[in-house]
Design a protein around this ligand. Structure first.
Ligand code: SRM
Ligand code: SF4
Length: 559
């Protein structure tokens, strides 16, 4: 019996009244008076993978001229495990150039976003994606989002097999409505709406967004415990035995609201590979559908449902629904969380190159012509492209005979040099988008992080710590899009130019950090870090990471 829900939030009503996520989107699109769409439809288009945004840099200027905000849309692709073929990359390059700002943005969930798409260009963009066999279904909204999987093909003999679960899970949890095809691709409405009946999402979808990731030990490069469901692949004697299943991860909090908090997922057991794993995942989702909070969206994520009812209760409810018991979790070890850069050989004898992409922005800069390089490489048709959850790109599946050709292009456009010359902290950093497009940003992130890192590099150099792979993350607000609560050092925006400084997360993503100082401006950040690094260089234990040191010396003492 599901939990009773009172005082449903406004979005709940919009979902159930939406006729399978159709709303009045078609009418909204036709309205030429405004660059925006109707308010209810703004919630619904998220389920089709897009957000209405406006250029926040230009709000004042537009208001002074009595013009409406400069509206445009961001579209996010569904790419389980983050993989594109060469042809799809070429299509993406063209679509980005024609309809968006031109920057191809790799996100922290292994997919691509295009920004700045005006209302009249949404349909042509989706149609062009469709022609390239790409879609943006369910990449936003109260539904299962892009499924992550460790993308590094060199890490496991079983990479392809494990990787295929990202796609299977994504398909299993897709909505049944055909609204996307009707609205954006002009397909006929189904004569028999029965085909759209959705036993999983019904007409109310989930209480909130839902995220799933798979990690392949020993690298936790997908930050698996920050997801609603985290799956850790268990491999023995070169056989995929199954997955340890963890539930209730999430990074967001709201400044000043202590009922909200980041949380790492709790491991509830092990499911054998195949049908049982998929069944367990499906029923974890149905329990959240039935018991998640539908009145307060701030408390609607799975993490709050798990804490409200208890992880043991949640597990039992899932077992009741699947008809089988989860087995005890099996042993595994994580040793890293970052991307390993440069050329590496995969287990089939092919090669791949992991390139550093600053904040996931694929564009040409004065240091490197990354966008041109990837375009030229894609034109050879001899590679595929994989995205990492650290916002980087892997040029993969390169046959030995093609390696020198691809390498020459990487050198010619200075991609190799940019990757090799970037500092350790830079290559282990992530910043979210924030300004100017994110409506929730309180401070800068991706536009500011590179300059701050330069100053932090100086401080590390001063104490001979430049080689340290410290994980640093920045977000423009506490929603946590760069997973800052799981970083060794995090800057979380509080107001323009101000950040909370958080310390003490571990290197492998199994311990959250804590707030060390609040609301610091840049000089205060640098003063704090200077003294922390000085202390670290002098008093660290052998091989102690900065996150562990900060946890031991300042966070635990403060607690
Ligand atoms: Fe996020 C909302 C960008 C990963 C937690 N996120 C947003 C929006 C859509 C703002 C909005 O609601 O209007 C941002 C759009 C900015 C822009 O202009 O592009 C935004 N989130 C991003 C991306 C692009 C950051 C990036 O630089 O890569 C990431 C896209 C991921 C994807 O491809 O699907 C992104 N967001 C995340 C992550 C990290 C992850 O999933 O691994 C988190 C923390 C994990 C989690 O969900 O707990 C995250 N985003 C949020 C939240 C807080 C959710 C919550 O539990 O309260 C919001 C706000 C909301 O949902 O109300 C949010
Ligand atoms: Fe926007 Fe905040 Fe997410 Fe950054 S963390 S993209 S500022 S919602």
């Amino acid at each position: 019996m599901a939990a009773e829900q009172h005082n449903l939030s406004g979005i709940e009503k919009i979902k159930t009244a939406s006729d399978g996520l159709r709303g009045e989107i078609k009418e909204s699109l036709k309205d030429e008076i405004t660059g925006a769409i109707r308010e209810d439809d703004q919630a619904l288009v998220k389920f089709h993978g897009m957000y209405q945004q406006d250029d926040r840099d230009r709000r004042e200027e537009r208001a002074a001229k009595k013009l409406e905000r400069l509206y445009s849309f961001m579209i996010r692709l569904r790419l389980p495990g983050g993989l594109l073929t060469a042809d799809q990359w070429l299509a993406m390059h063209d679509i980005a150039g024609e309809h968006s700002t031109g920057v191809i943005k790799i996100t922290t969930r292994q997919t691509i976003q295009l920004h700045g798409i005006i209302k009249s260009a949404i349909k042509p963009t989706i149609q062009a994606f469709n022609a390239a066999k790409l879609d943006s279904i369910a990449t936003c909204g109260d539904i299962n989002r892009n499924v992550l999987c460790s993308p590094n093909p060199g890490q496991s003999e079983l990479h392809e097999e494990i990787y295929s679960y990202a796609d299977q899970i994504s398909r299993l949890l897709m909505p049944k409505t055909k609204a996307y095809y009707e609205i954006w691709l002009d397909e006929e409405q189904l004569a028999d709406k029965k085909e759209e009946e959705d036993p999983l999402y019904q007409d109310r979808y989930l209480p909130r967004k839902f995220k799933i990731a798979i990690a392949i030990p020993p690298n936790n490069d997908t930050d698996v415990f920050t997801n609603d469901i985290g799956l850790v692949a268990v491999v023995n004697n070169n056989k995929l035995e199954g997955f340890n299943i963890a539930i209730g991860g999430g990074m967001s909090s709201t400044h000043g609201n202590s009922a909200t908090y980041p949380r790492l997922a709790t491991t509830i057991g092990f499911a054998p590979a195949g049908e049982k794993t998929l069944k367990a995942i499906y029923e974890i989702v149905t329990v959240q559908r039935d018991y998640g909070n539908r009145s307060d969206r701030k408390l609607a994520r799975l993490k709050y449902t798990v804490d409200k009812y208890g992880a043991d209760w949640y597990k039992q409810e899932v077992e009741k629904r699947t008809g089988f018991a989860l087995e005890p979790a099996r042993p595994y070890t994580f040793t890293a969380r970052g991307d390993e850069y440069g050329w590496q050989e995969d287990k089939t004898g092919n090669w791949f190159y992991v390139a550093y992409v600053e904040n996931g922005r694929v564009t040409d800069t004065k240091e490197q012509a990354l966008k041109t390089a990837l375009f030229e490489i894609a034109k050879t048709g001899k590679t595929r492209f994989r995205f990492t959850a650290n916002q980087n790109i892997i040029i993969s599946d390169v046959q030995p005979a093609d390696k020198s050709g691809v390498d020459a292009l990487l050198q010619q456009f200075h991609v190799t040099q940019a990757t090799e010359q970037s500092s350790s902290i830079r290559k282990n950093s992530i910043a979210c988008v924030a300004l100017p497009t994110c409506p929730l940003a309180l401070a800068e992130a991706q536009r500011y992080m590179p300059a701050l890192l330069e100053k932090i590099e100086g401080l590390l150099g001063k104490y001979n710590l430049s080689h340290e792979n410290i994980i640093i993350r920045m977000t423009g607000c506490p929603n946590g899009c760069a997973r800052p609560a799981a970083a060794e050092i995090a800057f979380i925006g509080t107001a323009p130019g101000h950040y909370n400084l958080q310390l003490g997360g571990d290197r492998i993503g199994t311990r959250l950090n804590s707030t060390y100082r609040e609301n610091l401006d840049e000089p205060a950040i640098l003063t704090e870090l200077d003294s922390l690094f000085k202390n670290y260089a002098k008093n660290r234990d052998k091989n102690e990471t900065f996150g562990d040191f900060a946890y031991r010396t300042v966070i635990v003492r403060k607690e």
